[in-house]
Design a protein around this ligand. Structure first.
Ligand code: ACM
Length: 520
């Protein structure tokens, strides 16, 4: 089905109102072929839909709180994308307002479309989310005389951590691609971009004190992948770019294993008996480790690297890896490295295996194996980021047998419906959800887009929307309708049949636009 057809859109309006359900008014505009539709992802906490519509002319008057510069920029961008200008003489007003409504928390917002449009929140970030909801209500392409549905939305996230982890170490992703990904994440109210900056196949972050880490360690990649590194100036730029869009970048330096690129750069970090100290481009894991028997070498290195990392990234949480290594001194290392991060005023994140270390209960653990016994750590009170691989490892196929995908965690891949069925409430100390894209088999931007979308939108809804508001049927309809927005964002999404996107050739954007589904 080609959703953007008028009849399709009208039907969708009806279906969406039904899908939004839970006390919402019916979409009074739906029977009109030209009536507006309401299709928001993530589905908001509460939405009332009123009769009639606000007809938008070519321009609107914008009023905004000076303390919300990021939301203002985002709104200007959203209006420009819909072909709507800004004019102080315009009759329709859009107002961005900071309020002291504590019930909204740090990220919540109100959005009311009546005779004008009012967005309010306690913070610039809350207003950014309000703007993204408005953007989803606006047309993806200029549409003169567009009729905006009259709605009253009150919204706030279920979980504070709504993330994406990108492995830029196995195969490098450019600054430009990360910027695009940040824009797309913001559209779905995701708020954490975790960069897996180091691994066996590559070291991607410039460290002034250890230049060979990028000279040698940055020059390698997984076979078929891309090498490269980010300068500190580029990373600072990305931090600011993300911050302006409500997203915190969380750096990961993976220690004490997954370090072949570091060992190849500085051989003294290895034990004397290590035979192979050359760069690595294979796909094995668990074979490299810092020489934990040389604490006088290893810990100063770790400290110096972390000092430079923390100077670039202001995030409260700093990821120190800790996965897939067996060593008698492993638990001791994790405890010492975590204490080091805490001593620097930040909160460490460690992959689940780090739960064996003696750390304080505020150390965050990231769950990645479905069957890992995380219950004792939950009992101790460790906050959890949920990334169980059979739901959130999107390097696995969109469908069983998809080429260039892993299946070690789940042979059938991780289809959209599977991911959406995850229940975060089963984990008592969960602070949120993070999908992960590992790049051993993902070597192009097109492949990354294909693996990320639309599954990342489903992950965003799980982390933002309360359980009683979610349903896969509703998600399918709302997300299906957002296809023109996905195209306008230039996303090479997987042509997901569940969303009615299987007609991979039927683009919804004008010829020449940098969009369209990618089927690889
Ligand atoms: C992991 O997948 N090794 C965290």
């Amino acid at each position: 089905m080609n959703f953007p057809s008028r009849l399709g859109a009208a039907l969708l309006g009806l279906a969406t109102a039904a899908a939004i359900g839970c006390g919402s008014s019916p979409a009074a505009d739906a029977p009109e072929a030209t009536g507006p539709v309401v299709h928001l992802v993530p589905v908001p906490q509460s939405i009332d839909i009123f009769p009639g519509a606000l007809r938008l002319s070519d321009a609107v008057k914008l009023e905004s709180d000076a303390a919300a510069p990021h939301a203002r920029r985002a709104l200007e961008e959203a209006l420009a994308g819909s072909g709507i200008g800004i004019d102080d003489a315009a009759t329709t007003r859009i107002r961005l307002q900071l309020t002291d409504d504590t019930a909204l928390g740090e990220e919540g917002y109100h959005l009311v479309v009546a005779d004008d449009v009012q967005l309010s929140a306690r913070t610039d970030v809350g207003l950014l989310h309000a703007v993204q909801s408005l953007r989803q209500l606006l047309p993806a392409q200029p549409q003169p005389g567009y009729r905006l549905p009259r709605v009253a939305i009150t919204d706030a996230p279920a979980y504070p951590w709504r993330g994406l982890s990108l492995d830029v170490a196995r195969s490098f992703l450019s600054v430009g691609y990360l910027e695009k990904t940040i824009d797309r994440m913001a559209f779905f109210k995701l708020n954490r971009l975790h960069l897996h900056l180091t691994d066996d196949q590559g070291w991607r972050i410039e460290i002034g004190r250890y230049p060979k880490l990028t000279q040698i360690g940055g020059a390698s990649a997984v076979e078929g992948g891309r090498s490269g590194h980010y300068t500190q100036a580029q990373l600072r730029h990305l931090v600011a770019y993300a911050q302006a869009r409500g997203i915190t970048i969380v750096p990961e330096i993976d220690l004490p294993g997954h370090v072949q690129a570091a060992l190849a750069s500085y051989n003294e970090l290895a034990c004397d008996d290590v035979e192979n100290l050359s760069p690595y481009s294979g796909r094995e894991v668990g074979f490299s480790v810092l020489c934990l028997d040389k604490p006088e070498v290893v810990y100063p290195f770790v400290r110096h690297v972390l000092e430079e990392v923390l100077a670039i990234f202001p995030s409260r949480e700093i990821h120190i890896g800790g996965d897939e290594i067996e060593h008698p001194l492993y638990a001791d290392f994790v405890a010492r490295a975590a204490a080091m991060v805490q001593g620097m005023g930040r909160t460490p994140i460690v992959w689940e295996e780090g739960s064996v270390a003696d750390t304080s209960p505020d150390v965050v653990l990231q769950l990645w194996n479905d069957n890992y016994d995380i219950a004792p750590a939950v009992e101790e009170g460790h906050p959890l980021i949920l990334s169980p691989c059979s739901y959130f490892y999107v390097d696995h196929g969109n469908y069983a047998g998809q080429s260039q995908t892993y299946d070690w965690c789940r042979e059938e891949g991780v289809p959209l419906a599977r991911l959406y069925a995850f229940d975060p409430a089963a984990f008592g100390t969960a602070i949120g959800i993070e999908a992960a894209l590992w790049t051993e088999l993902v070597h192009t931007d097109a492949a990354a887009d294909n693996r990320l979308w639309p599954r990342l939108a489903a992950s965003a809804e799980l982390a933002w929307s309360p359980a009683e508001r979610r349903s896969y049927e509703g998600f399918r309809q709302r997300m299906g309708a957002l296809r023109p927005h996905m195209d306008a964002l230039g996303i090479g999404y997987h042509p997901e049949p569940d969303l009615g996107w299987a007609d991979a050739g039927a683009r919804t954007v004008p010829q020449g636009a940098p969009a369209g589904p990618s089927s690889d």
